[in-house]
Design a protein around this ligand. Structure first.
Ligand code: TGC
Ligand code: FAD
Length: 392
């Protein structure tokens, strides 16, 4: 990839809505992405390799458990800080943001919220430093949008449980040390289980041949009579609401992250349009290219305002599941549309790995599907405004 010349667009002076601490945290993540992610990410993506060398840097910029209290190794930050970190990471690559989302919102969050003190102290400090990596198993081969139908199960054997079943499409699974897995108990109630890599009967085959999120490792979780000690159950909350509560936090981070990918594509296309000469002029001088660029910055600005407001509501404990869905859905679609327009501004150069646009475009095809598909988020809004569920 060419030198990372990224300059963040801030058309409506959004920085004035941020505290000095927010800007410091954001800028630290931005600088780290420029220095340690941009130079290696294209090659990692082309070779479909997760760049493990970035894990300690992710921990250093506070990307693992930003809003988890410092007592457990987290950064104790607010939700706008968390969002800004996710924005900067996804500006680099959605796969890098994915790794941090999963670790923070899908592994540390449930252990913190639903775990007991012993579980918090055992796992959270190591997860915060990246010494231990985690993954989150909800989706199954036959249950994606409908996780409530899951068949993975735990059987009570008196002094322990036996876990059987399989999860699919699991980010970080090929290298995770622990997995937060959702399984039904004998009564059919969904419970959270902490599965450790060395447990007998637990395997994590990697999923290959992805055209999207190639710099993120994806795999399965297979449980063949895995013996689970009783102390590995998350007793604080059960039912489908427990994993869905984690998704609220991760979807919120994705809403911010998608803005990062969009900003990167807009910035690249704007710079290119000023340098590329056709018919004796920079292509930026042609109205058709200006229309694309003007619409991009308009959509980015609208998303920035929506998402900042969501962050304020989240800090106040007032952000609803439906508001988070609307924001995730809007921002990912916005970002995907921008990648397609930006790609066109670069002409043939846009399809190469010399620029980040095509990589963002392919990544966002996963982002628009995981953590609830585009359709599911629309139906969540539909249910919220009409009171009628159209899922079943
Ligand atoms: P439904 O009947 O609506 O709800 C079941 C129970 O859950 C409660 N609930 C929530 N609780 C907390 N937070 C939320 N956001 C909640 N939403 C619902 C609800 O109140 C109810 O509680 P109770 O006590 O009455 O039982 O459930 P449903 O079966 O109709 O399904 C609803 C639907 C379709 C919206 C939901 O299942 C859904 O969101 N499906 C999408 C699945 C999904 O998002 N999977 C993501 C997997 S993880 C992932 O993709 C990680 S990618 C990570 C990365 O790499 O970045
Ligand atoms: P399906 O549910 O089969 O949906 C197929 C199509 O049908 C979609 O267009 C959907 O919108 C539509 N559809 C489904 N139900 C309805 C309905 N009621 N009304 C209208 N349309 C409907 N999962 C995890 O648990 N952990 C992870 O870490 C994780 N990481 C992932 C990483 C990647 C790269 C990807 C691609 C996925 C990941 N997932 C993960 C899985 C992801 O959450 C699911 O793919 C997603 O929830 C959709 O499920 P599905 O793919 O089975 O699609």
């Amino acid at each position: 990839m060419k030198q990372d010349l990224f300059q963040a667009p801030d058309y409506f002076l959004m920085d004035e809505l941020l505290s000095d601490e927010h800007k410091l945290i954001r800028d630290a993540a931005r600088d780290w992405v420029k220095r340690d992610v941009s130079p290696i990410i294209e090659e990692a993506c082309q070779n479909a390799i997760f760049p493990k060398q970035i894990l300690s840097g992710l921990a250093d910029v506070g990307a693992f458990g930003p809003y988890i209290p410092t007592k457990y190794g987290g950064a104790g930050l607010d939700h706008i800080s968390y969002g800004l970190i996710m924005q900067e990471l996804e500006r680099g690559d959605s796969g890098v943001r994915s790794t941090a989302s999963v670790q923070s919102s899908l592994v540390m969050y449930p252990i913190y919220e639903y775990g007991n003190e012993e579980q918090r102290l055992k796992y959270l400090p190591k997860l915060a430093t990246g010494e231990m990596m985690g993954c989150f198993g909800l989706t199954e081969p036959n249950h994606g949008s409908n996780p409530g139908g899951m068949t993975t199960n735990i059987k009570d054997m008196g002094d322990h449980y036996i876990l059987n079943g399989a999860k699919m499409w699991i980010s970080n699974s090929p290298f995770a040390d622990v997995a937060v897995v959702w399984a039904k108990n004998d009564a059919g109630r969904i419970k959270g289980v902490i599965v450790e890599r060395e447990m007998e009967g637990f395997t994590t085959p990697e999923t290959h041949n992805k055209w999207s999120l190639r710099a993120s490792a994806t795999g399965e979780l297979v449980f063949d009579n895995v013996k689970i000690p009783k102390e590995n159950i998350l007793e604080g909350k059960d039912g489908l609401g427990a994993p869905l509560g984690c998704l609220d936090s991760a979807r919120y981070g994705i809403a911010w992250g998608a803005i990062g990918a969009a900003m990167d594509c807009y910035d690249t296309a704007l710079r290119y349009s000023k340098e590329r000469i056709q018919f004796g002029k920079p292509i930026a001088a042609f109205q058709l290219q200006q229309k694309k660029l003007a619409e991009m910055i308009t959509e980015i600005t609208k998303a920035q305002l929506l998402t900042w407001r969501l962050g304020v509501l989240k800090n106040e404990g007032r952000a609803t599941t439906a508001q988070i869905s609307m924001c995730k859905r809007n921002n990912v679609e916005m970002a995907l549309n921008i990648t397609r327009e930006a790609r066109q501004i670069l002409g043939a150069m846009g399809i190469t790995g010399d620029y980040s646009i095509m990589r963002h475009m392919m990544n966002l095809e996963s982002v628009i599907t995981y953590e609830g598909t585009h359709d599911i988020h629309l139906l969540i809004t539909g249910l919220d405004i009409t009171g009628e569920s159209a899922f079943k």
